[in-house]
Design a protein around this ligand. Sequence first.
Ligand SMILES: NC(=O)C1=CN([C@@H]2O[C@H](COP(=O)(O)OP(=O)(O)OC[C@H]3O[C@@H](n4cnc5c(N)ncnc54)[C@H](O)[C@@H]3O)[C@@H](O)[C@H]2O)C=CC1
Ligand SMILES: O=C(O)C1=N[C@H](C(=O)O)C[C@H](O)C1
Length: 238
Amino acid sequence: MAELVLGVVGATGRLGSALLAECALSGVEVGVTASRVGWVAASQASVLVDASAPEALPDTVAYCEKTGAALIYCVSRISDDARDRLRALARDVPVVLADNLSIGHWLQMRLVRSVAELTAALPQRPLMSVHERHPVTKADRPSASARSLAAAWAESVPPELCGETSAQRAGQPVSDHVVTFDVPGMSLSITHSVTDLRTAAAGLLGVAGHVRGLVAGYHPIFTVYSDVYGGSAVTRDG
Ligand SMILES: NC(=O)C1=CN([C@@H]2O[C@H](COP(=O)(O)OP(=O)(O)OC[C@H]3O[C@@H](n4cnc5c(N)ncnc54)[C@H](O)[C@@H]3O)[C@@H](O)[C@H]2O)C=CC1
Ligand SMILES: O=C(O)C1=N[C@H](C(=O)O)C[C@H](O)C1
């Protein structure tokens, strides 16, 4: 297979620039960059990462359709229309939906599913709530990660055990996600904090080669990390 060549839409943003820095460190070629001011293509990308904004989606989809590049879609606000477009694109190329690229999020998702499994036979199962915090600059709420955590719990418990999801806009970069399991007299919390988006960029580069070799289809980043790093993958299509 030819060398991995990455394309980054949103290259001047927080996540995009962390990705470019990580590519430079690890010697990954970046063939395409795009931002609000336009697209620059030096060579053809085999994997396009969209870390921009919902408005960029038509250009992103057009690029992948034209070149056959796999897509890693990181934008956290996905409308129903955008989801339909991504699903249509997934008929032709691999589309990875990356709600949160940090490996810590993958671990937290797995822990939520483990708690669901471990508490299945308890006389009283816990109620799980989710709290997310991002700086005031984050446009949407609740975060994509918070929605995934709540959905992972909702897969295997009745609705009355699915508590609230709360969102706070304050504090330092980058994010905190706390899941709390409550039964009367006891609570258990699992916190995932990200302080530097380099961790997200490194997570993506760790699996970009694998993504390039995936079959066309819709692949949640959770499944991609499970494929690469092991353990049983519970598939959910985000
Ligand atoms: N999956 C993950 O782990 C992460 C996801 N995100 C998500 O990624 C997205 C970007 O986040 P940030 O880097 O914080 O944003 P940012 O505001 O720092 O950067 C946005 C980038 O997108 C570009 N852009 C905006 N509209 C565009 C268009 N129509 N065409 C091409 N480029 C366009 C801007 O020029 C800029 O380069 C957000 O949806 C955020 O929630 C952010 C961090 C981690
Ligand atoms: O906008 C961000 O910053 C982030 N967004 C993602 C989300 O919505 O979950 C991932 C991470 O929380 C950073």
